[in-house]
Design a protein around this ligand. Structure first.
Ligand code: FES
Length: 102
């Protein structure tokens, strides 16, 4: 495991999405209460940043063509998506968010 400190937990809006870059990789962070989930930051359909998307009921809707992914699993839930989103391990410790890209 290679944990990288990527954000302060209190900088993440509960129920929202925040974009960060980890070792050159765009990552989307999702705060759900006290938990944080992390996915790749770019939609698998085309070049759209999920940080600009819309979070609802544990899903993220892409801002470009409204494809929807499950935040926890990365599963593509509807057209035009055909490919799931990569997910990454995330944890919170001492007020900091850590992500492991491996
Ligand atoms: Fe995300 Fe098309 S770019 S659904």
């Amino acid at each position: 495991m290679a944990w990288r400190k990527v954000a302060r937990f209190d900088a993440l809006r509960d129920g929202g999405v925040t974009g960060v870059e980890v070792e050159g990789v765009p990552v989307a962070l999702f705060r759900m209460g006290e938990a944080v989930h992390a996915t790749h930051g770019i939609c698998t359909h085309a070049l759209a940043f999920l940080k600009d998307g819309y979070v609802e009921d544990g899903t993220i809707e892409c801002p470009l063509h409204q494809g929807v992914f499950d935040i926890r699993t990365g599963r593509a839930l509807c057209a035009p998506l055909t490919k799931d989103l990569a997910t990454y391990a995330a944890r919170v410790e001492a007020g900091e968010v850590f992500v492991d890209l491996e």
